[in-house]
Design a protein around this ligand. Structure first.
Ligand code: CA
Length: 226
């Protein structure tokens, strides 16, 4: 059974959310403070942590950092009332896998939970190798010219989407939908920031004409096959 730890101090959110998770067959534990959530997360074996950013005792970012320092397996979905991009990036930087702004619709949150558990759940797809970049989904590993590079979750997903459509332009909307689950980030710099981090990590910052990933202005991105 999939075990979910819900760290949320607002009863008006925690109660309906834990009921909805229970109805979908998840085994849910609710904690209302940062220290208690952290202790649970470290001591017990959960598949997913749904983590409110504003928790008493220790905020969600710190809980996330400490969880990450001990476990890279646990999926973390951050909840926050603050929806500006800075918090979004800081949350991902602390090691969250995904992020939902309050207020949210239960149906949307449940869809994100399923997507996150699916991504975490099992190795899918086969090894792809394009222009010296090798992606091994089963090992969740990326090698560039034979050397492993460590990518954050969104960077990995970005690369995966581009590699799955190697040689073709992938539209910004398609990327946002695949990687950010359809969050409305159009007009935001989020995709571009992650793309530049990905480029840096895979060493794709040379002259534009020689780059592996081409920016197709006004459309999207293409990973080149040669
Ligand atoms: Ca709160």
């Amino acid at each position: 059974m999939t075990a979910v730890l819900l760290a949320e101090d607002d009863e008006a959110i925690a109660a309906p959310l834990s009921r909805a998770l229970g109805r979908e067959g998840y085994d849910v534990t609710v904690e209302q403070t940062g220290p208690e959530a952290l202790e649970r997360a470290l001591e017990e074996d959960y598949d997913l942590l749904i983590l409110d950013l504003g928790l008493p005792g220790m905020d969600g970012l710190e809980v996330c950092r400490q969880v990450r320092a001990h476990s890279s397996e646990l999926a973390v979905l951050m909840l926050t009332a603050r929806t500006d991009e800075v918090d979004f990036v800081v949350g991902l930087d602390a090691g969250a896998d995904d992020y939902v702004g309050k207020p949210f619709r239960l149906a949307e949150l449940m869809a994100r939970v399923r997507a996150l558990l699916r991504r975490r759940g099992g190795p899918e797809g086969s090894v792809v190798e394009v222009a010296g970049i090798r992606l091994e989904p089963a090992a969740r590993r990326v090698l560039v010219n034979g050397t492993e590079v460590a990518l954050a979750n969104k960077e990995y997903e970005l690369l995966r989407v581009l590699l799955e459509h190697a040689g073709e332009v992938v539209s910004r909307d398609a990327i946002l939908s695949e990687v950010w689950g359809g969050m409305d980030l159009r007009g935001s710099k989020t995709l571009d920031m992650h793309m530049s981090w990905l480029r840096r990590k895979i060493g794709d910052e040379g002259p534009v004409a020689k780059r592996r990933i081409t920016t197709v202005r006004g459309v999207g991105f293409r990973i080149n096959t040669d």
